[in-house]
Each structure stands twice: as C-alpha cells, then as structure tokens.
Write a protein that binds this ligand. Structure first.
Ligand code: HEM
Length: 559
C-alpha cells in the first residue's frame, strides 16, 4: 500500500515538474531512469505515459486497468515482474489499425497521410503525434523507436543471430531457384544459415589489412573517373548521380571481382551496355524491395513490381555467373595476382559456387546506390559550406602536395577532418532512415511489452535532426565529431548509426568509408566544387535517394 501511495506521490511530483518545464520526451527519459527499479515504479511510468501522450479519457481507463493489475501483482508477495504489469503492445500510441488492412489505409495514394516514398516525413508525423515510440501495422507488427536510449535497449536485445524482416520477395524468388541459390543471401536470410555465410565471408570484408589492400586499385579507378568527368566537362546542368553510379560500379567491380566494366568508355554509355544494365538492375532490385515487403499480392500472382525485381535479379545473376565461372577456372593458375573479394571467397572450403553467386548479386545490389547516394550528399553538404571545403582542401593539400601524389593507407589515416565531414553528412543524410530488426524474444521498452516477432525500425535519421540530442541539429558541423576540437560534441553512441549496429551491421562498412574518402579526396584536390541546386531532400526507396538532380559545378584548382 505504502508503495502505491509513494508511487502516486512521485507521479504527482513529476506531473508538476513536467507541466512547468515542457519537454515530454526528455522528462520521460529522466523519469524512467529515476524510477527504474520496482513494479510500482513501472506502473507510475506507464500511467504517466498515458497521462501526457494519450487522449485523456483513454488514459484514465488504462490507468485504472493498470491500477487493478498492480494490486493483483502486489498481492503476490512482491514477486511481480516487469512483464506482469507491462502494458500491451497495442497500447503504444499509433494510427488507428483496422482488421485485415491494419494501418495500410494510411499509405493509400491521395487518401492516406503517409507516403510510401517519404518514410522520413511519415516518421516526423509519427514523432510529433505519438512521441518517441510509435506503433504501426502495415501488414506486420511494427514499432518505430526514436530515442537513442531506447535504440540502445533494442540492440542490446539482439539475439546471437540478429534478424531483419526485409527483402521478403527476393528471398521468395531465390528460394524458388534451388539450382542457382542455396539461400536468400546475406541481405534476406536469418538464423544459423545467415551466420554460416556471414562468419565465413566477413573477414575478407572487414580485416583492416584486406581493406587497405584495395586502396591503390580504388585510387586508380577514381583517377580515371576524374579524367572522364574533365573530358566530358561535367557541369551543374547535368545530374552528377549517374556519374557516381558508374564510378561505384567500377570500384566495386575492381575490388570485389577484379573485373573492369569500363563504365567510363563511350560504348558503355549506351543504355544497352553491360554497365548501364547492371546499374539499372541494381536500382530495379532495391527500389521495389520496400513496397514488396509491405504487399502480399505478389504471393498470389506475379505483380509488375515483382516481375521487375525478378528481371533485375536475373540480370545481376547472369553477369555474376559469367564472372564467377571465368574466375573459378582462371583461379587455379592465377591466384597470386588477384586480391579481390571473389578470389578470397573461392578459397573458402565451406562455400560452394551457389553461395558465392548469391554474395556477388548481393554485392552488386548493395554497393552501387548506397555509396553513390552517400557521396552525393557529402558533396552537397561540403559544396554548400565554403568554410568546410576550404578546411578539407588544406588538410588534403598537406598530404597530397601535387595532384598526382599517390594515396596511401598512412595518408588516409591522417585525414581526420575529411572523415568527420563524411560522418557529419551521414548523420544528416544516412543512406537508410534507420535500422530494422525482427525481435526474437519479448522484452520491455518504456513499460510496454514488445512481443517476439515485432519489426522494429530505429528512427536514427529523425533523432539525428532533433535538438534533444544534437546542438544546432540541421547545421553541417564536422567539428562535432572531432575529438579535441572546440566544437566537439559527445553524441549518444546510438544516435547516428549509418551502417547499422552489431554482428548484422554493414559487412562492407570499412570498404565503403574508404571508397568515399578516396573519391572525396581526389575530387576536392582537383576541383573547387559549388552547389547550384536547391535544397536536397530524399526519396526513400529502401535507401534514401536524392530527390532532385545533384547539381554541382567543378572548377579546376591551380595548385
Ligand atoms: C555508404 C555506403 C553504405 C552504407 C551507408 C551501408 C549501410 C548499410 C546498413 C545500414 C545495413 C544494415 C545494417 C544492420 O541491419 O545493422 C547494411 C547491410 C549490408 N550492407 Fe551496406 N552500406 C553501404 C555500402 C555497402 C557496400 C559497398 C556493400 C558491398 C560491397 C554493402 C553490403 C551490405 C550487405 C551484404 C549487408 C547485409 C549484411 C547482413 O545482413 O549481414 N554495403 N549496409
């Protein structure tokens, strides 16, 4: 009894303070920390959540219900667990969910409030309306998590085999072709089969030695790229994104397969060329994934979107098979001259050709658009901030006194400011709005019981743009990442996670960062870059594509 009275008292105390100071969200965080222990405390938190965030009537009804739950629990000699008194998942604030369609009505064009290609805007709407947790049901039980403390809690639940629910239609397609694929590949497979692939493949991607071994080949490709854009006199009248796509296809071809696609050549500019078709097929695969994940009609018949996915996958498969068969034959005689990822895969005794083929298709899908979009946004921010560009240039100039100085691993390790620009750009414009996880056991989050099998989306992009967690959040300030600099900010480690988190995080993070860094170093060393377009937003097609042309002008530097 004393405990309940005490809790109510505490509750009133906090009510009073909240009313005076404003921020619901921050208050909830500090309150939760203050009251972490004991069933009665959780009850208070639950009650408060409803008192402040929900319609008053609903709040009252639920508080009464919780109150009776608590009494029952307390009568059980203090043995109540958090679970006993946790609120149901359905009680988390969120849009109205109807039988059969859930919250899908929200995505209906013209009628619904959500736009399937503007997940960031939907997330803002959810954040403003429902607070730091928002429930949805677009065909699956879905929870959006905005607060970095909660995001950390979500990742701390990760199982030995962290799971995602994505690329569902692609998984279906690949499993329907057992003569070509063993699994759905790294992107779509979960459980022990995912770990078999991941644990075998990842050392080739992540070991610092292996990543560094690709610096000089990447640099050669980037220098060819520079020559190409100089020759074409690329200007702001053209979208720079397709150029970056060609660059990143060429880089990944070299690094991953020891294959040159010659994407900068005249012949390969043709729409029917191999490089043009790979770029189109990678985009064709990625851009439908999210809509197919939400839909179900493709399970009944081959919808146009599903057919597009299949055609795109088939083309990537064909290209990969040709390269793989050639390498597998050649490998016997030429193994010493090949440091590509493919050569290392071929040495793994526990991978067969079908595993390797799946990985090659995943690489083509995952490498081109991601790196090109991330580089586009980095160039956008750098070119819009002349002071930042000047600083990067001075840093680069110190290590590359002439334009043709070779880039080395040691040099890259010293480019702290350039790297902080990449981090800052990924904070403001991550390639993915957040990270997805499929929960594999139930757990409690802010007093709610989150069941097993819930899809969680951590909303890092929105959190990164909130003043609650970052000072001047919309300002591009690379210094906030630079330890020892005046502008350094000790940001929450779970706030900006552009490559995800834990054993399921991006397998190619180091490679991708290195590729971006080399590209930016070479471009800024060669050109003064200016932004000529308007504000650049995003279209969320699984990954965040610039919503307008990447409009840059390049002026050759004299030095
Ligand atoms: C700037 C570039 C890139 C960004 C921002 C990025 C970001 C991500 C993110 C957020 C994830 C999900 C992580 C998670 O669930 O915790 C991921 C997974 C993945 N990425 Fe990347 N990525 C990039 C480049 C690449 C490249 C170049 C490759 C291939 C060479 C690649 C291959 C993959 C693969 C295979 C996975 C699935 C890993 C797994 O499920 O085990 N990514 N990436």
């Amino acid at each position: 009894m004393m405990r309940v009275v005490g809790s109510v008292f505490l509750c009133l105390y906090y009510v009073h303070n909240f009313m005076g100071t404003g921020s619901y969200c921050n208050s909830m965080i500090s309150l939760r920390d203050a009251l972490r222990s004991g069933c009665a405390s959780i009850k208070v938190i639950n009650m408060l959540h409803f008192t402040f965030k929900q319609v008053h009537f609903a709040s009252h009804v639920k508080s009464v219900r919780l109150s009776s739950k608590l009494k029952t629990s307390n009568s059980d000699h203090n043995t109540c667990s958090e679970k006993d008194i946790a609120m149901n998942f359905e009680e988390i604030p969120g849009p109205t969910s109807y039988p059969l369609i859930g919250t899908l009505h929200k995505y209906v064009p013209f009628f619904g409030e959500y736009n399937a290609e503007a997940l960031d805007k939907n997330a803002w709407l959810n954040w403003r309306r429902y607070g730091s947790l928002a429930r949805e049901n677009p065909g699956v039980r879905l929870l959006h998590v905005f607060d970095p403390e909660d995001i950390e809690t979500v990742f701390r639940q990760d199982h030995r085999y962290p799971a995602r629910r994505s690329h569902v239609a692609m998984l279906h397609y690949r499993l329907s072709k057992p003569n070509v694929y063993n699994t759905g590949g790294l992107l779509s497979t979960n459980g022990p089969e995912w770990w078999r692939l991941r644990s075998t493949l990842q050392k080739n991607f992540t070991s610092p030695q292996s990543v560094k071994s690709h610096i000089s080949s990447t640099d050669i490709v980037v220098q060819e790229f520079l020559e190409w854009i100089k020759k074409r006199n690329v200007s702001h009248h053209e979208d720079f994104l397709p150029y970056l796509n060609r660059l990143n296809l060429e880089v990944i071809g070299t690094v991953a397969f020891n294959e040159r696609f010659h994407g900068f050549s005249e012949q390969e500019q043709d729409r029917k060329s191999r490089s043009s078709k790979i770029i189109e097929a990678a985009f064709g695969s990625n851009s439908g994934i999210m809509k197919l994940d939400k839909g179900f009609l493709w399970r009944l018949f081959k919808t146009p979107l599903y057919r597009k996915l299949v055609n795109s996958q088939e083309y990537l498969e064909k290209v990969s098979w040709n390269i793989l068969l050639e390498r597998a034959n050649l490998f016997v005689s030429d193994k010493d001259n090949d440091n590509s990822l493919l050569a290392s895969f071929l040495k793994q005794s526990n991978l067969d050709l079908k595993d390797i083929l799946g990985m090659m298709v995943d690489i083509l899908m995952a490498a081109i658009d991601t790196t090109s979009y991330a580089t586009s946004f980095a160039l956008y921010h750098i070119s819009r901030n002349p002071e930042v560009q000047k600083k990067i240039f001075y840093e680069i100039f110190e290590h590359l006194p002439t334009k043709d100085t070779k880039i080395t691993a040691e040099m890259l390790s010293k480019l702290a400011y350039t790297k902080s620009c990449i981090k800052e750009s990924l904070r403001l414009n991550p390639v993915s709005i957040g990270v997805g996880r499929l929960t594999q056991k139930e757990f409690i989050l802010r007093g709610y019981l989150i069941p097993e099998g819930t899809v969680i989306v951590t909303q890092n992009m929105i959190a990164c743009r909130l003043p609650h967690y970052v000072s001047d959040p919309l300002v591009f300030k690379p210094e906030r990442w630079l330890r020892g600099s005046e502008g350094y900010e000790n940001l929450h480690p779970f706030l900006s996670l552009p490559f995800g988190f834990g054993p399921r995080s991006c397998i190619a993070r180091r490679l991708a960062e290195q590729n971006m860094c080399i590209t930016i170093v070479r471009l800024i060393r060669e050109f003064q870059i200016d932004w000529k377009g308007g504000e650049l937003g995003i279209r969320t097609l699984l990954i965040n594509k610039p919503d307008k042309p990447v409009s840059l002008s390049f002026t050759s530097r004299k030095e």
